[in-house]
Design a protein around this ligand. Structure first.
Ligand SMILES: O=P(O)(O)OC[C@@H](O)[C@@H](O)c1c[nH]c2ccccc12
Length: 238
């Protein structure tokens, strides 16, 4: 792929965390979710982001989708310019121009959801992201989506424990990741996303061959988000 020097910032940060003995955690900022309602509770996203960084997160994620999750590009811009870590942009991207807008707002990695795109769109957006110097997290929920995703030259595969078509109203369990990981060839870096709260669940993902976990709600709803991040990051220590 046509990526210049220094542009694999997101996967490099995950690897650096792992090499340092930390569980590679992508800590997510999400204004609200259809299931949980308001998740910021009046907090300043920049303060939250800095807390996540200081507590050992490898990377951050910002949900920029507006109608269901209350996000926007300004939020991505604000957070990405306030922290030194690479940021994943989570949104329902379908158009090439959205790729560049998110790059300009500071994203290092872009979510692409197999469930939301037809094959030619997925391929085109994946290539466009690389042209814009972004890595991608290609998200799947089941075997059929996984098979499609694996035909791409993946930077990162995301296994969503929830079915995004239900907009997070379903419970989701890390068992979905553990099951699908059996069908992921070695060498494909895989992130388990959603419905993770316990360090043990995060550890199971790594022990099953995963490269990291993405956690939003459990950190945002914790009475002490810094402690919640630290517990997850330390999940590989015995
Ligand atoms: O809050 P959780 O259960 O920890 O999940 C985070 C993340 O995986 C979830 O926000 C998400 C996964 N895929 C998405 C696509 C769009 C918006 C949001 C998402």
């Amino acid at each position: 792929m046509n990526r210049g020097a220094g542009e694999r910032r997101f996967t490099a940060a995950l690897q650096a965390a792992y090499d340092a003995g930390r569980l590679p955690l992508i800590s997510e900022i999400k204004v609200r979710s259809p299931k949980e309602g308001d998740l910021l509770a009046g907090r300043d996203p920049v303060v939250l982001a800095r807390t996540m960084v200081a507590s050992g997160a490898a990377c951050l994620s910002v949900v920029t989708e507006g109608p269901n999750f209350g996000g926007g590009l300004e939020l991505l811009q604000t957070v990405s310019s306030a922290v030194p870590l690479p940021v994943l942009c989570k949104d329902f991207v379908t158009e090439p121009k959205q790729v560049w807008e998110r790059r300009d707002a500071g994203a290092a990695c872009l979510l692409l959801m197999v469930s939301q795109l037809d094959w030619s769109q997925l391929k085109a957006l994946h290539a466009e992201a690389h042209r814009a110097g972004l890595e991608t997290l290609v998200e799947v929920h089941d075997e059929d989506e996984l098979r499609l995703a694996l035909t791409l030259d993946l930077d990162l595969l995301g296994i969503n424990n929830r079915d995004i078509r239900q907009l997070e109203r379903d419970e989701g369990t890390v068992a979905n990741t553990l099951r699908l990981l059996d069908s992921v060839p070695p060498g494909v870096q895989t992130i388990s996303e959603s419905a993770i709260s316990e360090p043990l669940e995060a550890r199971q993902v790594i022990e099953a061959g995963g490269s990291g976990v993405l956690v939003g709600t459990a950190i945002l709803k914790a009475t002490d988000p810094a402690a919640a991040v630290r517990r997850l990051v330390q999940a590989l220590e015995d």
